[in-house]
Design a protein around this ligand. Structure first.
Ligand SMILES: *[C@@H]1O[C@H](CO)[C@@H](O)[C@H](O)[C@H]1NC(C)=O
Ligand SMILES: *[C@@H]1O[C@H](CO)[C@@H](O)[C@H](O)[C@H]1NC(C)=O
Ligand SMILES: *[C@@H]1O[C@H](CO)[C@@H](O)[C@H](O)[C@H]1NC(C)=O
Ligand SMILES: *[C@@H]1O[C@H](CO)[C@@H](O)[C@H](O)[C@H]1NC(C)=O
Ligand SMILES: *[C@@H]1O[C@H](CO)[C@@H](O)[C@H](O)[C@H]1NC(C)=O
Ligand SMILES: *[C@@H]1O[C@H](CO)[C@@H](O)[C@H](O)[C@H]1NC(C)=O
Ligand SMILES: *[C@@H]1O[C@H](CO)[C@@H](O)[C@H](O)[C@H]1NC(C)=O
Length: 515
């Protein structure tokens, strides 16, 4: 019985509507475009299928709630209403139509379904507003651009940098006509443009902004400072001080300080500046420092003393050598050093002919201002008289010569017998030392003290190498070398005395193994 209840209700309703069809209204239907251009004229129709005869029906077009009436239409035959509207932005939204009796409040009003109207205003007047402030700033800041329009709705935006589309990323946020770039770098510099677009009935409206040039400056890096000396006339010198940063977007302001006192300042379109400062040779003229800045931050170089000591003698030349098989000298090293001079230039001569930097049988190594080394392979072509000259790098008239030294293979190999003896002795000592080390190593390895044995082996090698070097110096300063060697020997024996019983046992072991 309960299940048949709805059916009964429907039947009753049908019966009623049929009976009083003359005085009631059906639901109106609203027809019209779903989108319209702003300021165009749009036509809407409201239709009734069921309506009373001889009754004036009032149709009202409304938006959202029925207070906002957009248009009214009285229909005598009650069937259809037409509305013509000049579209304005307020028309956008859910529209509806209500039908009611004009002078007859007995007729119950009826309302149509809603009909959505989109109002399109073509985009126009796009323009970039830099919300974050100035168009030129230093890396790391956030750039915020806004694409402002004088007209347009339902707009989609695109951003272009130097004509290329900017796609959203972790650091590039694009939304609602805004572009946000966090942690900018100089790569974000360039010409920005926004393109605003909207559509109406397959027509695309576009507005391009004019371009806005954004400059993101790379912060200038810590500058390096150095100077060269310029000789102007025989008694007047200048220091050409160079301040240079590896990176930084111009323009950069470089300032040269003498301790805390500003000497000079210049703004350049590169990352390097040179200052000319008067110089007196041999005098300490203070401490120089470069400051560089292209933003609100100043980068400072280290401080260097402005002091140029001219080259002074005596110029010493000495040599050492490498011994090959048969105790023949195969390689030779000449060393050249001046007593003083902060900017020396070294030149090497063979038979009074200047040797150019690199040739077949020799090679020059300059160790800053310390000394110069000439590496020679001993052969027929390298025979001759050698000397070196040192001059101020800024003034080649000041050259000071070393003593001359004649060398050829025969002279070298006619080394005194005692030298050969010492070399041989050292060689024997070396073999002994290595064996001892091996033993100790083997022994230690057994006891699983791998690390200690290694270090002992290293000590052995170093000691031998020094012995070789010392040999050559023997010519010049026999006493010093003797004491030095004695010292080494002490060290070596000290190391071995402690271990003696073990070493002896080990030596025995080695003998057993080899024999
Ligand atoms: C409507 O009015 C016309 C004439 O004005 C009349 O002939 C007709 O009978 C009326 N109809 C009803 C249902 O009142
Ligand atoms: C309906 O009422 C209005 C005033 O409210 C009047 O001007 C009009 O003549 C009336 N129409 C009819 C058909 O009675
Ligand atoms: C859209 O354009 C077509 C043809 O271009 C036209 O027939 C149609 O009426 C237009 N629609 C609107 C809503 O203007
Ligand atoms: C706007 O920019 C787009 C993309 O760069 C271009 O294709 C178009 O021609 C431009 N339109 C105008 C009016 O400048
Ligand atoms: C630096 O300052 C000292 C004294 O403060 C002065 O003697 C020297 O000449 C200055 N050097 C330069 C390059 O200006
Ligand atoms: C240098 O002079 C010596 C003679 O004094 C000569 O034997 C030697 O070949 C010369 N060396 C060169 C490279 O000219
Ligand atoms: C010194 O240098 C100048 C220019 O660098 C050069 O012309 C001149 O020959 C050189 N003089 C000597 C002695 O090397």
């Amino acid at each position: 019985m309960f299940t048949s209840f709805p059916f009964v209700v429907v039947l009753v309703l049908c019966y009623c509507s049929k009976e009083s069809s003359q005085s009631i209204l059906g639901r109106p239907q609203l027809f019209g475009p779903s989108e319209a251009l702003l300021k165009s004229v749009a036509q809407f129709q409201c239709e009734l299928n069921i309506y009373p005869e001889n009754e004036t029906i009032l149709f009202q077009l409304f938006k959202e709630n029925r207070d906002k009436i957009l248009g009214e239409y009285s229909s005598l035959d009650g069937k259809i209403a037409e509305f013509f509207m000049v579209i304005n932005p307020k028309h956008e939204g859910n529209l509806g139509c209500v039908a009611k009796g004009q002078n007859n409040s007995n007729i119950e009003p009826t309302v149509s379904d809603t009909h959505y109207l989109k109002v399109v205003e073509p985009v126009n007047g796009a323009k970039i507003v830099v919300s974050s402030g100035p168009v030129e700033f230093v890396e790391g800041k956030t750039l915020e651009l806004h694409c402002a329009l004088t007209a347009g709705n339902h707009v989609s935006y695109k951003w272009l940098l130097n004509g290329r589309l900017i796609s959203p990323s972790r650091l590039h946020y694009v939304a609602d006509g805004r572009l946000l770039i966090s942690r900018t770098t100089s790569k974000d510099s360039g010409s920005y443009m926004c393109v605003a677009t909207n559509h109406f009935n397959k027509t695309v409206f576009t507005s391009n902004s004019s371009e806005v040039v954004i400059t993101v400056k790379d912060m200038v890096s810590t500058p390096d400072i150095s100077f060269t000396v310029l000789k102007q006339d025989p008694h007047s010198y200048s220091a050409m001080v160079t301040c240079q940063s590896a990176k930084g977007t111009p323009s950069v302001t470089f300032s040269l300080y003498n301790w805390t006192e500003l000497v000079s300042s210049t703004t350049v379109e590169e990352t390097k500046a040179t200052f000319k400062v008067p110089l007196v040779l041999g005098q300490h003229l203070g401490w120089l420092q470069c400051h560089a800045n292209n933003s609100d931050r100043i980068e400072s170089s280290q401080m260097i003393p402005l002091e140029v000591v001219p080259v002074g003698g005596p110029v010493m030349m000495h040599y050492d050598y490498d011994v090959g098989e048969n105790h023949a000298v195969i390689g030779l090293r000449f060393y050249c050093k001046a007593a003083k001079g902060s900017l020396p230039r070294y030149q090497w001569f063979l038979n009074n002919t200047l040797l150019h930097h690199r040739e077949r049988f020799f090679y020059v190594v300059n160790q800053a201002s310390e000394q110069s080394i000439l590496l020679l392979s001993v052969g027929r072509s390298s025979a001759g008289t050698y000397h070196c000259e040192v001059s101020d790098s800024f003034d080649n008239t000041t050259a000071i010569r070393s003593k001359r030294l004649y060398l050829d293979k025969e002279v070298l190999n006619r080394l005194p017998v005692w030298v050969v003896a010492i070399v041989f002795g050292c060689f024997t000592a070396l073999i002994l030392l290595v064996s001892i080390c091996c033993c100790v190593g083997a022994m230690f390895r057994r006891r699983q003290y791998g690390e200690k044995s290694l270090s002992l082996e290293m000590d052995g090698r170093v000691a031998v190498y020094e012995g070789e070097l010392d040999l050559s110096e023997y010519h010049e300063d026999a006493d010093v070398v003797n004491t030095a060697r004695a010292g080494e020997f002490d060290q070596a024996s000290e190391a071995s005395v402690d271990e003696w019983p073990q070493i002896k046992a080990c030596l025995k072991e080695v003998e057993d193994l080899t024999c």
